[in-house]
Structures are given as structure tokens and as C-alpha cells.
Write a new protein. Structure first.
Length: 220
């Protein structure tokens, strides 16, 4: 495509990052139709960078585009969901092992704050708002764990995994079964940081195994 007809790369990147964040956060849900005109209007850009960003997402297997019809976010299969769980477990266990128990106080404080907000969630009267906050907190917690490796490539790969199966979809399938013990499962991992990395990894694996078991029982 010539320079005359292609959108500036930085503009395409901006649209791509916006769509990425919307899908990862669950603001755009799996199965949703994405309006090219709607995205363009929201970001105050022309349709061209939106189309190019969507082509990039299609190449990555995230959306399906039908010519002159629509663009739809692909719904992950049960197999894909379980595979993402397995990979997330491996990456987060690796990140904990790489941290070697050396966690900056500011990072530990952030994780503690996340867990405190998790524990406060039962006080949220609105069930829709409660679940929305739970999704965001779960994402923050596990992203912080992954970041402990200090490996930018690992962080980017982790983001790609959550693009394909985001926390919203995971919570739809597991949160209500785990709600009573959910905050404490995360608190147990935190309690082992930074002193007992081996135990933290064991608890993390147990957390993932519990969620995976619910998925398998429910046909997730």
C-alpha cells in the first residue's frame, strides 16, 4: 500500500492500542460487533486507521472481518480458554521464581492495596459494579505478579494472552463459584511475598487449578 493511501503508522498504533485495551478490559466483549464508524468518531480519526488496526487484529486471530459487512470479536473456544489458563499459570510461576523474593516496597504496597480492595468488595451493593471491580482487580493482581520477572517480552506475551481470553470472560465462568474465597486466595499468595517464593508459587498453582477445575466442570 502506498504512502498516499495508508494511514500514518502512529495513528494506526493509537487505534490498535485503544481497541486492545477495550477488549482486554472487557469493555468490548467477545462476540461483539465493532463499528468502524463508531470507533473513528470516538477517537476523532478517519475510518482508514481503524480499518488498518482491525486488519492487524484479524491477522492476530482476535477479530473476524467480513467484507462490506461487519467486524466481530471472535469468541474463544473452551480449548483456548484452558490453554490460556495453563500458560498464565506457567508465566506467573516463572515470574515469581525470577523475582527471587526481591520485590520493591512500592510494588509490594501496590499488590497489598489490590488485595485490600478485593477484601472490601462484598461491601459493594450493586452486583454488576461488584463484578466489574472484581475483574479489574484480578487483572491488576495477576499483571503485577507477571511483572515481577522484570521481563518486557514476557509482559507483552502476557498481554496478548489476556487479549485472547480476558479477565471478564474468565470471571463469567469462575467468579460466582469462587466469590466467597476469591479475595483470600489472592491474599494467601501475597502473604508469602517476598519471603517464601516457593510457597507463593504453590498457592498460585492451587488457585489456577481450582479455577481450571470449575471451567472443566462447567464446560468452560
Amino acid at each position: 500500500m502506498s504512502a498516499r493511501t495508508s494511514a500514518p503508522r502512529s495513528l494506526v498504533d493509537r487505534v490498535y492500542e485503544h481497541l486492545l485495551e477495550q477488549i482486554i478490559s472487557g469493555a468490548i466483549r467477545y462476540g461483539d460487533t465493532i463499528s468502524i464508524k463508531g470507533v473513528a468518531a470516538r477517537l476523532s480519526v478517519s475510518s482508514m486507521p481503524v480499518r488498518e488496526a482491525l486488519k492487524r487484529l484479524e491477522y492476530e486471530g482476535v477479530v473476524s472481518i467480513k467484507p462490506r459487512s461487519s467486524c466481530r470479536v471472535r469468541v474463544p473456544s473452551r480449548k483456548a480458554i484452558l490453554e490460556v489458563y495453563a500458560l498464565r499459570e506457567a508465566l506467573e510461576a516463572f515470574a515469581l521464581s525470577r523475582s527471587e523474593g526481591k520485590i520493591p516496597p512500592v510494588t509490594l504496597s501496590r499488590i497489598q492495596g489490590i488485595v485490600e480492595r478485593m477484601r472490601a468488595l462484598p461491601g459493594e451493593a450493586d452486583p454488576v459494579e461488584r463484578e466489574k471491580k472484581a475483574v479489574a482487580l484480578d487483572r491488576q493482581f495477576h499483571s503485577e505478579i507477571c511483572a515481577l520477572a522484570g521481563n518486557d517480552m514476557l509482559n507483552e506475551f502476557y498481554r496478548q494472552l489476556t487479549l485472547r481470553v480476558n479477565m471478564t470472560l474468565m470471571h463469567e465462568k469462575t467468579y460466582h463459584s469462587l466469590e466467597r474465597d476469591w479475595a483470600e486466595m489472592h491474599a494467601e499468595v501475597l502473604s508469602c511475598l517476598p519471603g517464601n517464593t516457593t510457597r507463593a508459587i504453590e498457592l498460585l498453582r492451587s488457585h489456577f487449578a481450582t479455577a481450571r477445575g470449575i471451567l472443566e466442570r462447567n464446560g468452560g
